[in-house]
Design a protein around this ligand. Structure first.
Ligand code: E4P
Length: 217
């Protein structure tokens, strides 16, 4: 399963990239706002840190203007994936861009039928928002298992990119269900490393090692 960082914070991306575990990045208009940076400038910087897909989202709602924005965004770097919303105009844009060989990430997916439409429109990635689904009293992970089954039934190459991730259990369940990618805020990626027994075990080993009076090398 690939790990994407769900942030436009370049310092955080640089730190995480050093682990070798970051396969891509996703941004959205809210994350760009949070960064306080110019979209073209910050996205270019991110594309220079990470080799994998970096999603940059259009903000127009009509197909024609989405295409114009996509033209600007895809010139930023070769690893740009254009993010479009799951609307009629968004999927028209997806079909056109993917036909031209551009990576497209279809975002704001909240149903398996929507994911089926995105697969038919040739999306490279579908982004089901599990956390926001949980927030309104549904089980967001059901979306992932349904989409996995549908895409496997028809051999859609569209990758399931689990989005709106809030905690490590979303990642565990995504991996068990065979999601292709999970995009996570930096704090969730760091939480995956942690276990109290790892921490207490390491402290005990280091305390005993100190008692030996030895050094290595
Ligand atoms: C990623 O592509 C999405 O935009 C993001 O995961 C949304 O997360 P949120 O629901 O925490 O805003």
């Amino acid at each position: 399963m690939k790990f994407f960082a769900d942030t436009a914070d370049v310092d955080a991306i640089r730190d995480l990239a050093e682990t070798g575990l970051v396969d891509g990045v996703t941004t959205n208009p809210s994350l760009i706002h949070k960064s306080g940076r110019d979209i073209l400038e910050v996205t270019k910087e991110i594309c220079g840190i990470v080799d994998g897909p970096v999603s940059a989202e259009v903000v127009a709602t009509d197909h024609e203007t989405m295409m114009k924005e996509a033209e600007v965004l895809r010139k930023i770097a070769d690893n740009i994936a254009i993010k479009v919303p799951l609307t009629v105009d968004g999927l028209k844009t997806c079909k056109k861009l993917s036909g031209d060989g551009t990576m497209v990430n279809v975002t704001l997916c909240f149903s398996a039928n929507q994911a089926l439409l995105a697969g038919k429109a040739g999306a490279s990635f579908i982004s089901p928002f599990v956390g926001r689904h949980d927030d309104i009293g549904y089980d967001g992970m059901n979306l992932i298992s349904d989409i996995r089954m549908i895409y496997d039934n028809y051999d859609f190459p569209t990758e399931i990119l689990v989005a709106s991730v809030r905690h490590p259990i979303h990642i565990l369940e995504s991996a068990k269900m065979g999601a292709d990618v999970a995009t996570m805020p930096p704090n969730v990626i760091l939480q995956l490393f942690k276990h109290p027994l790892t921490e207490s075990g390491l402290s005990a080993f280091l305390a005993d090692w100190e008692k030996t009076g030895q050094t290595i090398g």
